[in-house]
Design a protein around this ligand. Structure first.
Ligand code: AMP
Length: 252
């Protein structure tokens, strides 16, 4: 695996690549089996796999969440080598935002609901960085998790709207055996919070009404941002003190 930290160097490498298919997995690092499932899918479907790690400041709407976001580059490199990724891109903020975020990609409808309503600006930051990365990587295929379902819908919409020649491949959510969706933020849960977190996913799975789920979460003192049925999914976001978890499941 070649690690590239310089955008000019990467652009030269990219020019030299002649693969018929290139799979791309953008991440914010602190990798777990969810991320690796995307890499493995890319590995199976394309002839070259590129992963990026960048904790994108413009998609965090709380400074503390950005500061505390787990950064584990050495461990991530070991995991990516194991799944035979070809290139790892680790660019810094100054290089990725030469415009200092003065150019933004703003979606006006989907991005103001649910996650967007609770995290103002989040999807503008996300879409802007993903478009920058797409332009740098020029993949034929890009892999995204259903765990971030609204994000996936927005990426699909961006690609269709801007006529980007990239197939967006959605990948199922990978969960711990207790049902909790794997998330980089899970590593910040203390044992008591973790104990509470495992109430969250099974409650969504049980086929109860939204009102029943709300009262079950409230009984556990879990603060709810939203629970909603939309896009043929049930989606929810909750707080365990200062840690926010999201999840969603398909509705039959
Ligand atoms: P992140 O590093 O959180 O920005 O996530 C990078 C990619 O991994 C996104 O497409 C996420 O949807 C995906 N992802 C994160 N957690 C999971 C999971 N538990 N299962 C499947 N995909 C995931």
């Amino acid at each position: 695996m070649q690690i590239v930290t310089d955008i000019a160097q990467w652009r030269n490498i990219r020019k030299s690549l002649s693969n018929s298919s290139i799979g791309f997995v953008p991440t914010m690092g602190n990798l777990h089996l969810g991320h690796l499932s995307l890499c493995q899918r890319a590995q199976a479907e394309t002839s070259l796999v590129i992963v990026s790690i960048f904790v994108n400041p413009t998609q965090f709407n709380q400074a503390a969440d950005f500061q505390h976001y787990p950064r584990t580059l050495e461990q991530d490199i070991t995991l990516l080598k194991d799944v035979k990724v070809d290139y790892l891109l680790v660019f810094n903020e100054d290089e990725l935002y030469p415009d200092k975020f003065e150019i933004q990609l703003h979606e006006t409808t989907l991005s103001s609901e649910l996650e967007g309503a609770h995290r103002p600006g989040h999807f503008t930051g996300m879409l802007t960085i993903v478009l920058k990365l797409f332009n740098l990587v020029q993949p034929t295929h890009a892999y995204f998790g259903e765990k971030d379902y609204q994000q996936l819908l927005l990426i699909q919409k961006m690609v269709a709207s801007l006529f980007l020649p990239i197939a967006i491949i959605s990948c199922p959510t990978v969960r711990d055996k207790d049902g909790l969706a794997l998330s980089s933020r899970n590593s910040r849960l203390n044992p008591a919070q973790r104990q509470k977190a495992i109430f969250f996913a099974p409650i969504l799975q049980k086929g109860n009404t939204i009102t029943e789920i709300q009262s079950q979460l409230e009984d556990e003192n879990i603060q709810i941002d939203y629970i909603a049925d939309k896009w043929n999914r049930r989606l929810a976001a909750v707080w365990l003190e200062d840690i926010r978890l999201i999840d969603n499941i398909p509705l039959e």
